[in-house]
Design a protein around this ligand. Structure first.
Ligand SMILES: NC(=O)c1ccc[n+]([C@@H]2O[C@H](COP(=O)([O-])OP(=O)(O)OC[C@H]3O[C@@H](n4cnc5c(N)ncnc54)[C@H](O)[C@@H]3O)[C@@H](O)[C@H]2O)c1
Length: 317
């Protein structure tokens, strides 16, 4: 009788997923590391048949020293951490996670929009600091509050997440306009988005064409009471120009989940600015418990499917 194959699985950056990861349903040994730095990759994967990674870089110089490796299961959609050309040439399968963020990213985007349009954070901070307790009326109006309903949302990038944000915004009574590279009914150009929107939200990838797609000139074209949301990628907005625009009142606020360098260990102009109308979250738009659980299940589904000889979500077909 043929021996049941036994697989050695090594997860290099387990700390990047904040929910349990189930054990696969086939004979295996499993080692996980919370995090892995570049010069630990080869040593840790030396005996692995299957590597699980999220953001650790696994490039050709490492892969050349890992002849046993057969599958890299990436715990994210983006697989730029893996040298895919090398994997393709050497028969290493690469799988990724798909369509897990359809609720979590749009909901985070809407949370930032609501918070900024209604000046939620300035009012909460006021109350915490004791301001309400010092005034004579039942309320006060130091920070402007604007309704979501009736306002115009401009989307830059009308793919899966842009569309999902747009559908939710329409349900809230917003008028939605969008620009993208491809044609669709009602498409507008970037200039129209900049000039007509009360809220602009970015949902395009970072490419050479989209780097600094919002710079000083674009910020000038926006309405003075408009807010800018970026839950897509750091680098889409010129961060220095944004600080200037917020300080000078060129735009009313910004909500960012992404920065040009993450984590911002060496500081960042947006973090240094300390502005009440600038809300920054640490790249967590994807990270609802529900979305992470879906991602975690899909990750192991991918590994089990590959071992069963029916691979799914392969990046290299
Ligand atoms: N913050 C987070 O946690 C988080 C989580 C998931 C995804 N994201 C980011 O969200 C972004 C959108 O994801 P998606 O799933 O909707 O991707 P998608 O590929 O479905 O949509 C992206 C859209 O952007 C368009 N686009 C490309 N270049 C453009 C340009 N120059 N001008 C206008 N539009 C352009 C594409 O044509 C496409 O329709 C990605 O950058 C992704 O990395 C962030």
């Amino acid at each position: 009788m043929a021996e049941t194959p036994h697989y050695n699985i090594v997860f290099l950056d387990r700390a990047t997923i904040g929910v349990p990861v189930r054990q696969p349903n086939f004979p295996h040994s499993y080692t996980e590391y919370q995090e892995t730095v570049a010069d630990e990759v080869v040593e840790r994967l030396a005996d692995a048949d299957i590597a699980i990674i999220n953001k650790v870089q696994v490039r050709a110089p490492s892969l050349e020293k890992l002849p046993k490796l057969k599958l890299i299961a990436v715990a994210a959609t983006g697989t730029d951490c893996v040298d895919k050309a090398y994997c393709k040439a050497h028969g290493i399968a690469v799988s990724n996670i798909r369509n897990y963020a359809d609720n979590t990213v749009p909901e985070h985007t809407l949370a930032l929009i609501f918070a900024l349009r209604r000046s939620l954070v300035p009012y909460v901070l006021d109350v915490r600091r004791g301001k309400w307790q010092t005034i004579n009326q039942f309320c006060y109006f130091d920070h402007p509050i604007h309704d979501i309903a009736g306002s115009t949302l401009g989307l830059i990038g009308y793919g899966a997440l842009g569309k999902s944000v747009g559908a939710r915004a329409e349900a809230l009574g917003m008028k939605v306009i969008a620009t993208d590279l491809y044609d669709f009914p009602g498409k507008v150009d970037l200039d129209t988005v900049l000039k007509e929107s009360d809220v602009i939200s970015l949902h395009c990838p970072l490419t050479e064409q989209t780097r600094n797609v919002i710079g000083a000139a674009e910020l000038k074209k926006m309405k003075n009471d408009a807010v800018l949301i970026n839950t897509a990628r750091g680098g889409l907005v010129d961060e220095k120009a944004l600080v200037e625009a917020l300080k000078s009142g060129e735009i009313a606020g910004a909500g960012f989940d992404v920065l040009t360098v993450e984590p911002p260990k060496n500081g960042n102009v947006l973090l240094d600015a300390d502005l009440p109308n600038l809300l920054i979250t640490p790249h967590v738009a994807w990270a609802s418990v529900e979305a992470m659980t879906g991602l975690s299940n899909q990750l192991i589904d991918n590994v089990e499917a590959w071992v069963a000889g029916k691979p799914r979500n392969l990046v290299l077909e």
